[in-house]
Design a protein around this ligand. Structure first.
Ligand SMILES: Nc1ncnc2c1ncn2[C@@H]1O[C@H](COP(=O)(O)OP(=O)(O)OP(=O)(O)O)[C@@H](O)[C@H]1O
Ligand SMILES: O=P(O)(O)O[C@H]1[C@H](OP(=O)(O)O)[C@@H](OP(=O)(O)O)[C@@H](O)[C@@H](O)[C@@H]1OP(=O)(O)O
Ligand SMILES: [Mg+2]
Ligand SMILES: [Mg+2]
Length: 359
């Protein structure tokens, strides 16, 4: 009897679909019995399918309603991920709250988030009382992180003069020197991959005090040029080679904690190493459904994840229990640590985990 195939519908904006749905991914998934099917976002979801799973990165109440209806009509289908869980990442305060709730013990390393305050209006912006404990330079980030170009428009503010150009609501986050390298940790279910990316350079003491005109604007500085898909080529070009990766088990513990706390499968988080301490890591950003295609070998990681969902669904189907749409166990319960071809000397981090994951 022919093996039953597993249909995953994807609902993505055109730009996202173009970058993420590559023939290499579609072909590999197909060879593993998984069909990736485009959901026509101009038509009602209810008129399309059937789907065993829906994967999406769309906004708006109408789409949210359609997903809810789909979930009611298809209780055994898996939705990756729940709109409510995703919305938590659309606000830069609620986004990082989950980090403060993580309980992770590590012998030598500590983690946290930078000091930050939210500013809703201009008066508060100029009220020094409101800034308790926060010192220049600060990074001004839009409070809303909803995928719009505006939500990535940032400014490095060196002094009071720079405040004039800011438009609340914003988050002011202390700027922490971190050696000009950021660690981007991609999470795909129980799969975790840490890569290095170019970041803002450190700010010297003179620059902090100097007569720089108060503000430097920038946007998406850590985004990899699309033509640089191999990390080692990018690392050489951007002189990131000699930056040590964070401890592997530390990063996977944080990834696991965030996944369980956020109840999300598809996200990445940005980590900087605090140059003042060297073993203190700060999480500065968490992104839903990031640019996975920039991750070397993304086809395999994503297809393994699809396989995890399919196998869990079959297992649950056999036990006749409806798959709870937020929990998918990994394909196997062994901890499989695959360190990438660069070995463990600062190479990228691929770690499979044994824990159940939540969506
Ligand atoms: N607190 C901080 N201290 C030092 N540098 C920071 C800090 N916050 C952000 N940066 C720098 O600014 C860049 C953009 O910040 P952030 O990642 O929060 O913005 P974003 O628009 O959400 O980016 P992404 O494209 O990853 O979604 C970071 O990659 C890093 O280079
Ligand atoms: O497509 P890209 O490669 O730029 O991916 C970026 C992605 O854009 P897209 O989802 O519109 O594609 C961004 O999503 P929004 O915050 O804007 O929603 C955000 O997740 C970035 O962090 C991703 O960059 P990465 O962290 O992977 O370097
Ligand atoms: Mg970021
Ligand atoms: Mg972001």
């Amino acid at each position: 009897m022919a093996e039953r195939r597993f249909g995953i519908g994807y609902a993505l904006a055109p730009k996202k679909q173009q970058s993420f749905i590559q023939e290499s991914l579609v072909g590999l998934a197909r060879s593993r019995g998984i069909d990736l099917v485009r959901i026509d976002t101009e038509r009602s979801l209810a008129d399309q399918g059937p789907f065993d799973c829906v994967m999406h990165k769309l906004y708006g109440n109408d789409w949210k309603r359609q997903l809810e209806e789909f979930g009611v009509k298809n209780p055994n289908a898996v939705i990756i991920d729940s709109p409510e869980a995703i919305e938590r990442l659309h606000n830069r305060i609620s986004m990082l709250q989950v980090v403060s709730e993580l309980k992770i013990e590590h012998e030598t390393d500590t983690f946290g988030i930078p000091k930050q305050i939210v500013i809703y209006d201009k008066e508060t912006l100029f009220d020094r009382q409101a800034w308790e404990g926060l010192k220049f330079p600060v990074i001004a980030k839009p409070l809303v992180a909803d995928g719009s170009a505006k939500s990535h428009k940032m400014a490095l503010v060196f002094n009071h003069d720079g405040l004039d150009n800011l438009k609340p609501p914003i988050v002011l986050q202390e700027f922490v020197n971190h050696g000009g390298v950021i660690f981007k940790v991609y999470v795909v279910g129980e799969h975790v991959k840490c890569v290095k990316r170019k970041s803002l350079p450190d700010v010297s003491e003179e620059e902090k005090l100097g007569s720089l005109d108060g503000l430097l604007s920038f946007s998406q500085i850590s985004n990899l040029a699309n033509n640089e898909r191999t990390d080692d080529k990018y690392y050489k070009m951007m002189q990131l080679d000699d930056t040590e990766m964070p401890p592997q088990s530390f990063i996977t513990d944080i990834a696991r904690g965030l996944r369980q706390g956020l109840k999300l499968n598809l996200f990445n988080f940005d980590v900087i190493r605090d140059a003042r301490f060297g073993n203190r890591y700060l999480i500065i950003d968490i992104n839903y459904f990031p640019g996975y295609a920039k991750m070397p070998g993304y086809e395999t990681v994503l297809t393994d994840f699809f396989c995890d969902i399919m196998q869990k669904k079959e297992k649950d189907g056999a036990e006749n229990t409806g798959l709870d749409s937020y929990e998918v166990l990994s394909c196997d319960d062994e901890v499989r640590k695959i360190v990438s071809s660069d070995g463990d000397d600062g190479g990228d981090l691929n770690v499979e985990e044994e824990n159940p994951i939540q969506v």
